[in-house]
Design a protein around this ligand. Structure first.
Ligand code: DHB
Ligand code: FE
Length: 283
């Protein structure tokens, strides 16, 4: 049984990558955002994970509108990054854990999730920026990327994403190894990048979402995707990744750390660290 050490969720605004590349962490605009990561890094350094499951959304680098899987799971030995057009430095490939990937895929398919399996997968800013934020000076652990479509409607419902996460949690509970696993979610919180409401942020919604995510994520599942677009903005649907992460943690959790900062670019930026309240027994 793998040990789930906890969950981290963070926004993945591309400009964060630019700020890191330029060393602007102490700049007044960026400091309140980057300062939030000190505690998360300390938490990770005290008990480093052996693997990281990353729920993220691809923005058109690996999948485009011509072929858009709802759920795609990486099963590669490594995950290269490529230039998406944001002008960010291209990172070197991230390591994968193929055995754990296939184990998770087996559980997901057994639980009737018809996932796309990716033995080659490019990872975009939604994957690379959170990895750089959490491990700025060291090699991150091997990753299992799980991409959730938030680009081409129809999108999976909040309830389905929570169940997806629970299935991943079951897979980890049934894993014969004893690896320590971190579950990472990227995206959100409220933001809208284009259209008449460009720049839309909804702090009241975000605060309620965070409380519900911790205390009872089922409450969020009452929302349709249309509700979330209305309440959190067109790109606020990225909170689906946070729900999947919460599902993977399965039992009760406690909020170990939270840093909410408005705005970073057009986004209500948030970092959340969740710890399992107690160890969850087997599948
Ligand atoms: C921004 C936010 C995102 O989530 C993204 O993928 C791209 C840009 C932004 O606020 O600039
Ligand atoms: Fe995004």
């Amino acid at each position: 049984m793998a040990q789930i050490i906890g969950g981290v969720a963070t926004s993945h605004v591309p400009a964060i990558g630019g700020a890191m590349a330029k060393g602007l962490q102490q700049d007044p605009y960026w400091k309140p955002f980057f300062d939030g990561f000190g505690k998360a890094r300390k938490w990770l350094a005290e008990a480093p994970p052996d693997a990281v499951v990353v729920f993220y959304n691809d923005h058109g680098l690996n999948f485009f509108l011509d072929k858009m899987p709802t759920f795609a799971v990486g099963a590669a030995a490594q995950y290269p990054n490529a230039d998406e057009g944001w002008g960010l430095p291209v990172c070197r490939p991230y390591r994968g854990d193929q055995a754990l990937s296939w184990h998770i895929i087996e559980q997901l398919v057994a639980d009737e999730f018809d996932v796309t399996t990716c033995q080659e997968m490019l990872v975009d800013h939604a994957f690379t920026i959170p990895m750089q934020l959490l491990w700025p000076d060291s090699e991150p652990p091997p990753a299992i990327p799980i991409a959730i479509n938030t680009v081409q409607h129809p999108l999976p419902s909040p309830a389905r994403c929570l169940r997806l996460g629970r299935s991943v949690g079951r897979a980890l509970a049934g894993w014969p190894g004893a690896q320590r696993v971190l579950v990472l979610a990227t995206g959100g919180l409220s933001h809208q990048l284009d259209g008449q409401r460009a720049g839309f942020i909804n702090k009241a919604f975000d605060m309620a979402f965070l409380d519900q995510l911790v205390a009872g994520p089922e409450a969020i599942c009452r929302h349709s995707i249309r509700d979330i677009v209305e309440q959190a903005g067109t790109q606020g649907v990225e909170l689906l990744m946070w729900l999947a992460m919460r599902g993977a943690l399965r039992g009760p959790v406690r909020r170990a750390h939270q840093n909410y900062h408005i705005p970073i670019s057009n986004t209500a930026a948030c970092l959340l660290v969740l710890e399992p309240e107690r160890a969850v027994a087997t599948a």
